[in-house]
Design a protein around this ligand. Structure first.
Ligand code: SF4
Length: 436
């Protein structure tokens, strides 16, 4: 039997799909090259903005053709849109045979057997089930041999007024420390050298089980063979001095952090219920720069949140000028059902959002140009992750992609390299030496 998984959205959804592949492999399924040859098609959905919702319907429209030539083929929908819409989606998409969400991925085997027996297996739960942690008993099937995502918590206890995550992934549930360390040990035995800890608000890990996040960083870094540690997504409010100190103290922690700002205006940050103001965000950046030498930043920005004025938007641009992010993931505000901001007065016109987005991207383009020039002729440490046509690809500790010419045998190695041609989002390098 063959499966095909189409994944939308964030790294957590991609790591969930890696876990779904592990569940299916343990059931004897193999990956199909394309959806046309699959016996089971799964859409792992996102609903963070309007666009991903639309994509799901268009993909379902395409995939339903499989039933014409293979009536026994099954189509399943999981992930955040499934959790948010539930029965409404099942009603709108009669071609769907099974539905579940991030709450009950571990129930996939029984949902498949129900659907194979001819029942519609729609299992959208109000709350995460007691036995949710059974999920961690299943392996993950990953494409990257040397770098692995490890989900360390689910859900979020924040209430950002534009965000659907607390509704689609529930309240914060930290995964047990021993369960995480066991997975990290297995990954390292399998050849992984870089571990990327994932959570909607990963810096809040442990708050619900009485452990500080920095404890997790130290324990993961202590696992023999762990070369690099990264984590995503931190929340400025939970980025404590103890975490910053640990980041500076632990050699495996890479000098890069994704710290979503969302907006620069204190008034808008208040309406978003982000829990910090512009100066506090800048102080956290300064604190991280003091504890972690050479740290670089990326961030998320929402343009055109309800009632955003030109002055508010100028505050966002001011933070970009002052922090000089290596990467900005910027989005036009997209009203989401079931979120407080959805019914807020003062929704910003689409053309105003677009005009502001253009200005933001122009500013960021000039900042990235300067940053790219600052990497020229520098020496960087790369972990080489992939090989193609005589070229190896890897990332610096500051999370920039780079390529260099070399033997395939260098795959998985940590090397020192000189930057010979630095561009906005990629760098050509020359190998200096193999470090380890
Ligand atoms: S912290 Fe992130 S995931 Fe949580 S509610 Fe805010 S934006 Fe959503």
């Amino acid at each position: 039997m063959k499966y095909y998984i189409k994944t939308f959205g964030c790294q957590m959804n991609f790591n969930d799909s890696e876990r779904l592949r592990g569940i299916l492999r343990s059931m004897g399924y193999e990956p199909a090259q394309s959806w046309e040859e699959a016996d089971l098609i799964l859409l792992n959905t996102c609903t963070i903005r309007e666009k991903p919702d639309q994509k799901v319907y268009s993909h379902l429209g395409e995939y339903k053709k499989i039933k014409e030539k293979k009536p026994t083929a099954l189509i399943g929908v999981c992930g955040c849109l499934a959790q948010r819409m539930g029965e409404e989606l099942a009603h709108k998409a009669p071609v769907v045979d099974l539905m579940f969400s991030s709450y009950n991925m571990h129930q996939l085997p029984e949902l498949i057997s129900q659907a194979q027996a001819g029942y519609r297996a729609i299992a959208i739960l109000e709350e995460p089930p007691e036995d949710e942690d059974k999920l961690w008993d299943f392996p993950t099937v990953r494409d990257n041999q040397f770098c692995a995502y490890v989900t360390v918590m689910k859900g979020c206890d924040k209430n950002c007024t534009y965000c659907v995550v607390p509704k689609t992934r529930g309240r914060q549930r930290s995964r047990g420390l021993e369960s995480i360390l066991e997975e990290v040990r297995e990954l390292v035995q399998g050849g992984v050298r870089e571990v990327h800890l994932l959570g909607q608000n990963v810096t809040a890990w442990g708050q619900d089980i009485g452990l500080p996040f920095e404890e997790l960083l130290y324990r993961v870094a202590e696992v023999p063979g762990v070369e690099r540690v990264r984590f995503t997504t931190g929340h400025p409010k939970d980025m404590t001095e103890r975490i910053a100190r640990a980041m500076g103290d632990i050699p495996q922690i890479c000098e890069h952090i994704h710290l979503p700002l969302q907006a620069g205006s204190d008034r808008i940050l208040g309406l978003m219920d982000r829990g910090y103001v512009k100066e506090e965000y800048l102080e956290k950046v300064q604190m991280l720069r003091e504890y972690v030498k050479g740290i670089t930043f990326s961030t998320d920005i929402i343009v055109g949140f309800p009632t955003e004025t030109e002055e508010d938007f100028e505050e966002t641009l001011d933070v970009l000028r002052r922090v000089r992010f290596e990467q900005v993931f910027s989005f036009k505000y997209s009203p989401r059902p079931d979120t407080p901001a959805y019914s807020m007065e003062g929704q910003v016109k689409e053309e105003v959002k677009s005009e502001r987005m253009t200005r933001l991207l122009e500013l960021q383009k000039s900042i990235i140009g300067d940053i790219a020039r600052s990497y020229q002729n520098t020496e960087q440490e790369l972990l080489l992750e992939s090989y193609e046509g005589g070229k190896l690809m890897g990332r610096t500790r500051t999370n920039r992609w780079a390529s260099l010419r070399g033997e395939e045998s260098l795959l998985g190695k940590v090397v020192r390299a000189k930057v010979t041609d630095s561009r906005a989002f990629s760098m050509e390098c020359e190998l200096l030496e193999v470090v380890r």
